[in-house]
Design a binder for this molecule. Structure first.
Ligand SMILES: Cc1cc2nc3c(=O)[nH]c(=O)nc-3n(C[C@H](O)[C@H](O)[C@H](O)COP(=O)(O)O)c2cc1C
Length: 684
């Protein structure tokens, strides 16, 4: 039978279910009715109720509590009037109304106590679509309304009983209560209940997209992974009409993504006109109420539909700001800087270049300098695991940092290498991540580990610089991070490990350093675009900028210059202050391609504060640095150390200084002209 016809039939049967009782009441009580007449009325009423019962069973395969009650009441009445002596049998006729109210009270009060459907179910089912019948809210509303009817029938029973014989009490007052209170409450209560249950936070209407398609596409942005827990589901949307979409929200492992098309096995399917879904999003209509009213329909797991309010938050300004120009979710990068000298840190130079690259791809970055934070070291009390799960006893800066960690997509650990490992600042920070873990030992794959307390989908990148020229110094640190990767279920998607990190700040090495910075920048781009840093980029960073011998010699010259007091006090950031170091650096930064097959010697006769003779020898694509004088140099530069250092540090213009005679050059002047290309930015 067609659904519409069935509904019509059910409505007709609902109305006709009252006929037997009304017939009985009218015939048994009309005029000066005799007992014999009342007996006949009871039987005829019973027969009518029986017919009604059979018709319902036959055509709608279902009988309502009202039909059962009326049938039972008339059946019971028939037995009463026929089988009991006259004075008793007339009692049924005299008190039939009171008894009927009592029968209705029992019908509305008893069944649900024994696990049967409440009284109003059948009627409510006729008014709502099948999809909502299994929802907890449908059941609760019906229970509330059923007990409400119990109260009404009980009051009517009392009214009829106490005011016996007076139509005011047996008919008028009960009718007023049923029509004036009962029916309006039945209409209003479900709406009121659903409104209270689904009170949503106020929304900013300007942030609601103009089409339902955009709305669904953006839902993953408002996805609340903690509410989802282990939920794995596919929500299929079939939104028809203008601005509609056929698409799937896929929820798994605390993540939600959208794709256009169909799901092969949706957990829930929502069929709705696109404008209805937009109105729901704008809170112009209540989602649950709209379903009850048949404005849209669903198939599948109804509880998932009701949970959607918890799973997806309405768009906020912050979310909007979280979108790249392409409408994709911005990647949030949190960098933890573990150098104790963050403002003059080599690692910082690499880190910031990496972050610039990531930002160029729309990422949002934040750097936390651990040196500036108060982070108590972990005392191993395990309070954060046992007594106050997830909360540490120390109220320092760490709780705030834990929130930042929880909210980021990529965590960058930036640390200088200290004793083949991370710095103690970073170590203290990592130890204090303990509240993010659950204490239990769970076997995942081949190893046991502590599961994450909170759902997360973080990646991590390690950035480090060390002083020595050998990349092998990082072996220990890498090993530690491999363990962190495995045990923390956080993929390590990049390692930027630069040996000879002090060169990053050597002004004289600017040319070569530029290449490293570009590589770090590229790594930042790769992490956003490809999800990881490529092996080529990682290898590039690990390449020594200058040969290990040169680095060692430069380092030694630097230390010597400080030990000898050539550079006084604190070294100035990025400044070359020692002639020997400068000339050694020039040799290290020598560009063999620019030199070709050049064979030459350049003598430096240095006067002033750092008096001395040094020369650079170029041959077979190599440049070497020497102390002393060479015989017959191709070019001789005679300069006070302050002048040549000032030119190198860009405090003085080289050409102008030459014109002004601040230094002199004799011999092959074309060599002086080529110096810039031969030695990068060592001389300007
Ligand atoms: C206490 C201490 C320990 C260090 N241990 C190492 C080491 O084991 N291996 C290494 O190559 N460099 C080591 N270094 C040098 C630093 O790793 C290097 O200078 C780094 O670039 C400094 O980074 P920053 O400027 O970001 O702080 C150490 C430096 C200090 C102060």
């Amino acid at each position: 039978m067609k659904e519409v016809n069935l509904m019509k039939l059910k409505t007709i049967l609902f109305i006709t279910s009252f006929v037997p009782v009304i017939f009985f009441k009218v015939v048994a009580r009309v005029g000066d009715a005799t007992l014999a007449q009342a007996k006949v009325a009871t039987v005829v009423g019973l027969i009518l109720a029986g017919i009604q019962f059979i018709l319902s069973k036959r055509f709608v395969k279902h009988t309502t509590y009202l039909e059962k009650t009326f049938l039972g009441f008339l059946g019971f009445g028939t037995v009463w009037v026929y089988l009991t002596p006259v004075p008793v049998s007339s009692l049924f006729v005299d008190h039939s109304t009171t008894l009927l109210y009592f029968a209705l009270f029992l019908t509305t009060f008893i069944p649900q106590l024994f696990g049967y459907d409440p009284f109003t179910y059948a009627i409510a089912k006729q008014m709502t679509s099948e999809a909502v019948w299994n929802t907890p809210h449908f059941r609760t509303i019906n229970l509330h309304l059923t007990y409400f009817w119990s109260a009404i029938f009980f009051v009517n029973f009392l009214s009829s009983w106490l005011g016996h014989g007076k139509p005011l009490f047996s008919i008028l007052i009960p009718l007023i209560i049923i029509l004036g209170i009962g029916l309006p409450v039945v209409r209003i209560y479900p709406k009121y209940y659903l409104k209270r249950q689904f009170t949503s936070q106020p929304i900013d209407l300007s942030l609601i997209p103009n089409t339902a398609k955009e709305l669904i596409m953006r839902m993953p942005m408002g996805f609340h992974s903690e509410a989802a827990r282990d939920l794995k589901a596919e929500i299929q949307f079939d939104l028809s009409g203008e601005g509609g979409v056929k698409g799937v929200l896929s929820i798994s492992e605390g993540k939600c993504s959208f794709r256009e098309g169909d799901s092969s096995s949706p957990t829930l399917t929502i069929y709705s006109p696109a404008d209805v879904w937009l109105k729901i999003a704008r809170q112009e209509i209540n989602r649950a109420q709209a379903l009850m009213d048949g404005l849209y329909r669903v198939e599948g797991d109804m509880n998932l539909l009701l949970k959607m309010g918890d799973l997806f938050r309405p768009p906020t300004k912050a979310m909007e700001e979280d979108l790249t120009q392409k409408g994709e979710k911005k990647m949030r990068i949190l960098a933890i800087q573990g150098s104790p000298r963050p403002k003059v840190s080599n690692t910082e130079i690499l880190l910031q270049e990496f972050l610039k690259g990531a930002r160029s791809q729309g990422a949002e970055t934040e750097t936390v300098y651990l040196k500036e934070k108060e982070i108590h070291s972990c005392t191993g009390c395990y309070t954060c695991w046992a007594k106050t799960p997830g909360i540490c006893v120390f109220e320092d800066d760490m709780p705030e940092l834990l929130e930042k960690v929880k909210g980021c997509d990529t965590l960058i650990y930036a640390t200088p290498l200290y004793n083949y490992n991370m710095t103690s600042l970073l170590k203290a920070f990592q130890e204090r991540l303990l509240p993010l873990l659950d204490p239990h030992l769970i076997k995942m794959g081949e190893i046991y580990r502590h599961p994450q307390r909170y759902k997360m989908n973080r990646k991590m990148v390690l950035i480090s610089t060390c002083g020595f020229p050998e990349a092998s110094h990082f072996d220990g640190l890498r090993h530690v991070f491999r363990h962190i990767e495995r045990s923390g279920q956080t993929p390590l998607v990049g390692e930027l490990l630069m040996p000879g990190g002090e060169l990053l700040k050597q002004h004289g090495m600017k040319g070569s350093v530029q290449g490293v910075l570009q590589t770090a920048y590229r790594a930042g781009i790769e992490v956003i675009r490809e999800g990881k840093v490529s092996k080529e980029t990682e290898m590039e960073i690990q390449k020594s900028l200058v040969p290990p011998d040169a680095l060692a010699e430069m380092a030694n010259l630097w230390w010597d210059s400080h030990l000898e007091g050539i550079t006084e006090g604190k070294p100035v950031q990025g400044k070359v202050e020692d002639m020997r170091l400068l000339l050694r650096g020039m040799a290290a930064a020598f560009n063999p391609l620019a030199a070709g097959d050049l064979k030459a010697t350049i003598q430096f006769e240095v006067t002033g504060k750092q008096t001395g003779d040094w020369f650079l020898s170029v041959e077979s694509g190599k440049c070497t640095y020497h102390e002393g004088k060479v015989t017959s140099p191709n070019l001789t530069v005679t300069t006070p150390s302050e002048v040549w250092l000032a030119i190198t540090n860009k405090e003085m213009d080289g050409q102008q200084a030459f014109m002004e005679g601040k230094y002199t050059a004799t011999g092959d002047m074309s060599l002086l002209m080529r110096m810039k290309t031969l030695f990068g930015s060592q001389t300007s």
